[in-house]
Design a protein around this ligand. Structure first.
Ligand code: EPU
Length: 337
């Protein structure tokens, strides 16, 4: 558990932003985490997981705790279902592939999402009709100040669209150390209603897909339009898809007939931010090394040496254009520091 000083975080955030951490400590176990938390005041630490949902705009003048505890274990198993516990520092996609390769179902639609397992519940990661909350059982977390260990059950987490208690009421209070999922061993609940999955599976000539085939389809779709952070820095969707009043949507629809939407409830509709950005003329737009991705306008990218501030400036420009054209405010999905 060595401490390093003035370490570049370029390889620890998927945007590939080159800022420095005043001090950096890698944590490999819950005991190590407790030990370190005892030494610092809460405001002196910065918790880092996979670094896949953040934009760093300046050096971190704090002690960065890199949560890297590993391990996957089967807690309970019957004919139909298993409870799997996974430690926070595991890479999310590698964990998903472990489940798929071992015959478990439930996480296959969430393949190839960057980040670590421990931060996945914070924003209730989701893709292709499935969200983390659908298989989540509980997570363990440590209070940053009191060091109390708490078990959070599904209902305690208040999951919503890219939302949880860890992002709202309990923001910055707990560090998640492990997560439990309930996965199927047979009779898998295959979710292919999301249009792109169906067409990808038929391209693959798969008639009766299992978790493995669905994961393959999801990987193919994501690879075809989302940039690989190892090649082009990015944090996935930079903005949330905005939810707007149905009346406002009707007005927009009368002008833009092909605007896509998902019904939320009687009075609200979700509109894809990527569509709004594209139709504001910004898909593929670039300012220096900061850009709007060519194939998916919801993703902002770092072509190499953009600073966090460059990306932030671009995001403000995108928000301004979308507001001017559609009267809709886009909210960042990534955390900006
Ligand atoms: N669209 C455009 N232009 C674009 C991008 C999208 O017109 O440049 C349109 C598409 O044609 C489609 C609609 O917008 O009609 C939705 O696009 P897509 O299916 O790609 O999904 P999304 O709403 O852009 C969301 C998630 C993604 C997730 C996909 C698939 C959010 C903020 N993003 O994107 O999550 O992979 O659905 O389920 O909810 C992430 O959070 O990092 C992420 C990648």
């Amino acid at each position: 558990m060595d401490a390093q000083t003035n370490l570049s975080l370029k390889n620890f955030n998927t945007f590939g932003i080159d800022v420095k951490a005043k001090q950096f400590i890698e944590i490999q176990s819950v005991d190590e985490l407790k030990h370190v938390l005892k030494r610092f005041y809460t405001e002196e630490i910065f918790v880092l997981g996979g670094g896949s949902n953040m934009l760093l705009t300046k050096d971190i003048e704090k002690t960065v705790l890199y949560i890297n505890n590993k391990g996957i274990s089967i807690i309970e198993e019957n004919k139909n279902e298993s409870i799997i516990e996974v430690q926070s520092g595991e890479n999310w996609h590698e964990f998903v592939m472990w489940t798929v390769n071992n015959g478990y179902g439930g996480l296959e639609n969430l393949a190839l999402i960057p980040g670590h397992v421990g931060t996945a519940p914070v924003q209730n990661i989701g893709a292709y009709g499935v969200e983390l909350k659908d298989t989540f059982v509980s997570c363990r977390a440590i209070h940053r100040q009191t060091l109390d260990e708490k078990l959070f059950h599904l209902e305690d987490c208040k999951f919503g669209y890219r939302q949880s208690v860890f992002k709202s009421l309990l923001k910055d209070q707990y560090i998640i150390t492990s997560v439990r999922f309930k996965l199927t061993n047979q009779n898998h609940k295959i979710q292919t209603e999301y249009g792109a999955i169906k067409s990808e599976l038929s391209k693959m000539q798969v008639g009766d897909p299992g978790p493995e085939e669905v994961a393959k389809a999801v990987i193919a779709i994501r690879q075809s339009k989302l940039p690989d952070p190892k090649e082009i820095g990015n944090s996935g969707s930079f903005f949330k898809n905005p939810v707007i009043p149905t009346n406002q949507f009707k007005d927009l629809k009368s002008v833009y007939e092909d605007i896509p939407s998902y019904n939320i409830d009687e009075n609200h509709v979700k509109v894809p931010a990527g569509w709004l950005i594209e139709h504001s003329g910004l898909k593929g737009y670039r300012e220096g090394d900061a850009g709007v991705h060519k194939k998916q306008a919801l993703v902002l990218v770092n072509y190499g040496n953009a600073s966090g501030q460059d990306i932030l400036n671009l995001s403000v420009k995108v928000q301004g254009k979308v507001r001017d054209k559609f009267g809709i405010s886009l909210e960042a999905e990534v955390n900006i520091f």
